[in-house]
Design a protein around this ligand. Structure first.
Ligand code: AMP
Ligand code: GLY
Length: 422
């Protein structure tokens, strides 16, 4: 199979790497790619937001499968443009990607499908926002309706901060606060059949102890040894399958990767958000443990034949990914600082480095964005993988590098679900 991965981030590097190790894949191409992807794929210069550009490249390469990594091209309909040329494409249509593109739309779908989620109000004026905040109470959760690269959500006890965020956005979703450990559960789907992956956990805040602003994700690990037994089955039954069925019922089937961001509250599982693509950096950890080849799953989802593909299998042990971000992230980011130590990190047993915001300048690897790279380590258990990942981090360096020191350090305990009092 000839494959083409669209995107430049860590998720796309991890996908290209998995495809390059898949015995069913002869060629891996990437566009635009990054210096890490260039070690496992042939990179091409194409604007990922251009449906015509991506489709033309796929046609020229004779690609059998195009994988669209990031949300922005999906929401812009790039997968539709590829499919129009008769090429199999992993990633939802423009209409189905609205599950991520609009938080208000996602709330409507969840309501129609009976999927448990936080109570919410959609607000477009200051008065509406003030009323919703008063009704739902503190802590306040205010979400920009549109795409914001994981940075559009403000969770705060301060009413003025909450109002200011609501006013700064055109349209916001104001939500009930969900208390409890968060889980990312991804499912590969062809619009009918749902194949859940192993749960993972992401660390969204920039600083240790979940302090500071939200980011795209500063680290991840899998599996979740503390999660309640039966979680995957429960979420598949109550969240993933009903959502996929509801999208099909609307005539806009969702085929691709359905990302359920969940909170395990004392009242049960609740959806925090949906995304329409693989999570970053959870994917880096997950694909490090995926034992079965990835191409049959992606191709099955892209061609409506996922029911014929066996469910994924996982290696025992654990994987931990620690993100190294550049100076100023998440408010800003910096470019051009020389990155050293990739080879040294990768010489450690069980470690590989996934590139996200990197570039080559005069033969040097330099920073080129907020999240620069992720150090991924596997090990017999989470603690071992974590220790190895941090040994990798210690080998790497660039001016202004930031990373959390507590990824996968303190694992949550499984919440006890309380039955609602009648
Ligand atoms: P989202 O972009 O919707 O995933 O939100 C980003 C992060 O904000 C989530 O991963 C949570 O940590 C936090 N968050 C979002 N919604 C809620 C909520 N209803 N209650 C508590 N925290 C939330
Ligand atoms: N890790 C969070 C996300 O990909 O949205």
């Amino acid at each position: 199979m000839r494959t083409l991965v669209i995107g430049t981030g860590g998720r796309e590097h991890a996908l290209a790497r998995a495809l390059s190790r898949d015995p069913g894949v002869e060629e891996v191409h990437a566009a635009p790619g990054n210096p890490g992807m260039a070690t496992v794929a042939t990179c091409h210069d194409v604007d990922p937001m251009s449906g015509d550009g991506v489709a033309a490249l796929a046609e020229k390469l004779g690609a059998d499968l195009v994988v669209i990594g990031p949300e922005a091209p999906l929401v812009a309909g790039v997968a539709d443009a590829v499919r129009q040329r008769g090429i199999a494409c992993f990633g939802p249509s423009r209409e189905a990607a609205e599950l991520e593109g609009s938080k208000a739309f996602a709330k409507h779908v969840m309501a129609a499908a009976g999927v448990p989620t936080a109570a919410a109000r959609v607000c477009t004026t200051r008065a509406e926002a003030e009323q919703a905040l008063a009704e739902l109470g503190a802590p306040y959760v205010v979400k920009d309706d549109g795409l914001a690269a994981g940075k559009g959500v403000v969770v705060t006890d301060d009413l003025e901060t909450a109002i200011a965020h609501a006013v700064a956005c055109e349209r916001v979703v104001i939500e009930e606060y969900l208390d409890g450990p968060e889980v990312s559960l991804f499912a590969i789907t062809d619009g009918t059949t749902v194949r859940p992956l192993q749960p993972a956990q992401d660390f969204k805040r920039i600083h240790d102890g979940d302090q500071g602003p939200n980011t795209g994700g500063m680290g991840a690990y899998t599996p979740l040894t503390w999660a309640p037994p039966g979680l995957v089955e429960e979420v598949t039954r109550d969240v993933l399958q009903p959502t996929v069925d509801e999208m099909a019922r609307r005539g806009t089937p969702f085929a691709g990767l359905l990302y359920a961001g969940l909170a395990l509250t004392r009242r049960g599982v609740r959806v925090v958000e949906f995304n329409a693509r693989f999570g970053d950096p959870e994917t880096q950890a997950l694909l490090a443990l995926l034992d079965s080849p990835i191409s049959p799953l992606l191709h099955g989802a892209a061609t409506g034949s996922l029911a014929e593909v066996p469910p994924p299998t996982w290696r025992s042990g654990a994987a931990v990914a620690v993100v190294m971000a550049s100076r100023g992230y998440p408010e800003t980011s910096s470019n051009g600082d020389v990155v050293t130590g990739v080879e040294a990190a990768e010489s450690l047993d069980g470690v590989h480095v996934i590139h996200a915001g990197t570039a080559l300048r005069d033969g040097d690897l330099v920073t080129a964005g907020g999240r620069v790279l992720a150090v991924v380590a596997t090990g017999a258990d989470v603690a071992t993988a974590r220790e190895t990942a941090y040994a990798g981090v210690a080998a790497l360096d660039f001016e202004g590098a930031q990373h959390r020191t507590d990824i996968a350090r303190r694992l949550p305990s499984s919440p006890t679900v309380q039955e609602p009092t009648p």
